[in-house]
Design a protein around this ligand. Structure first.
Ligand code: NAD
Length: 328
């Protein structure tokens, strides 16, 4: 397992709980955390650099929880060595990197799976398992781009049964983040305030996606805007037979899902009770189950690459100031 931050530690906890899994090596640059996690989970091989970890004999799989620029180099080296790969979201920074990873998975005949743990939230699973109206393409959802947006895009396309995205039109802004203004996300604020990091990326993105079959998806995501404080994400679906809304404030799992329908012509709202869901635990166990099943060919990262293609197209659209058509 590579990476000792939030993503790496969450995956480590999840892997450690599984009976068929032995975590034999850990890598990360924070030597104190490396030692303490190694001792806690009795991991025999501890390294600072991922290259040293991949040299360990007898590995079956590697789990990548590093900053995104390292996803492609680590996955490519691991697949070349015949290892299965579980990689944090987003798959990669660009379509070019992501395509190389998917190709390497196909070439090696090994699993490449991406951690889309928000799918495993209780409200998303409940909504996905409602049948009927949400398979209609007349639906809508919310929130790009590459960091938070990829989760929202993944949940929305998942709930809508994977319609193909045909065009993307997007705008991006960076008015507030660079000045430390607005309701800056709790995830980003320490980076800007404490580390004095430059805010080189967009702080707000909005995108309009046309979908095969006539549906549409409106995405908005931001790290800094003038709006109500707190971390908030959600999805709104507008179907021909009903609608739904997932609204999550500060990562709560309670009372997040509403379903809209009508009863005898009268508008009605249903608030299903949903569990919290298993998040990373569900993704990690699914990865282990796929690896153990031997049925690897269908799991080569293509679905995650489709998300990266949309996000790349959104950035290209914002730069060019026009709609971008996605080809096969
Ligand atoms: N699925 C989720 O809900 C979720 C949540 C947070 C982050 N993420 C994703 O997980 C990834 C990591 O995010 P994070 O917040 O944990 O980051 P982080 O900065 O907290 O941790 C990154 C880790 O990678 C290690 N690392 C960096 N360079 C290395 C190298 N050369 N060799 C070995 N280790 C190296 C660091 O030492 C650190 O332990 C990102 O791609 C992010 O998008 C996913």
């Amino acid at each position: 397992m590579v990476g000792l931050g939030f993503a790496g530690r969450t995956a480590l906890e999840a892997f450690s709980e599984l009976p068929d899994v032995e975590v034999v090596a850990l890598a990360g640059l924070e030597t104190d955390i490396l030692k303490s996690l190694g001792a806690k989970h009795q991991v025999p091989n501890l390294f600072e650099k991922w290259e040293d970890l991949l040299a360990v004999d007898g590995l079956d799989a590697v789990s990548i929880g590093t900053p995104t620029q390292l996803h492609a180099p680590i996955a490519l080296a691991a697949l070349e060595r015949g290892l299965h790969v579980l990689c944090e979201k987003p798959l990669a920074r660009t379509v070019a990197e992501g395509t190389a990873m998917v190709e390497a998975s196909k070439q090696a005949g090994r699993v490449l799976k991406v951690v889309f743990n928000h799918r495993e939230r209780g409200d998303v699973a409940t909504l996905k398992h409602q049948s009927g109206w949400f398979t209609n393409r007349e639906l809508s959802g919310g929130g790009p781009l590459i960091d938070l947006g990829v989760h929202i895009l993944d949940m929305a396309l998942h709930l809508m049964n994977e319609p193909k995205v045909t065009t993307v039109s997007a705008s991006t802004f960076a008015e507030l983040g660079p000045r430390g203004r607005g309701s800056v996300s709790s995830v980003v604020r320490p980076t800007v305030d404490t580390l004095g990091a430059k805010f080189e990326v967009e702080d707000l993105a909005t995108a309009y996606l046309r979908l095969e079959g006539g549906g549409a998806l409106q995405l908005e995501t931001s790290w800094a805007t003038y709006r109500a404080p707190g971390d908030n994400f959600g999805i709104e679906l507008f179907g021909t037979e009903g609608g739904a809304k997932i609204d999550v404030q500060d990562y709560t799992n309670k009372d997040t899902l509403k379903i809209f329908t009508d009863v005898g012509g009268i508008p009605a709202e249903v608030r299903p009770a949903t569990g919290a869901g298993l998040g990373h635990r569900a993704v990690v166990s699914e990865f282990v189950a796929i690896v153990l099943s031997g049925d690897w060919a269908a799991h080569n990262g293509s679905e995650a690459l489709a998300r990266t293609q949309v996000i790349d197209a959104a950035y290209a659209s914002a730069k060019a100031g026009r709609e971008v058509v996605l080809n096969d």
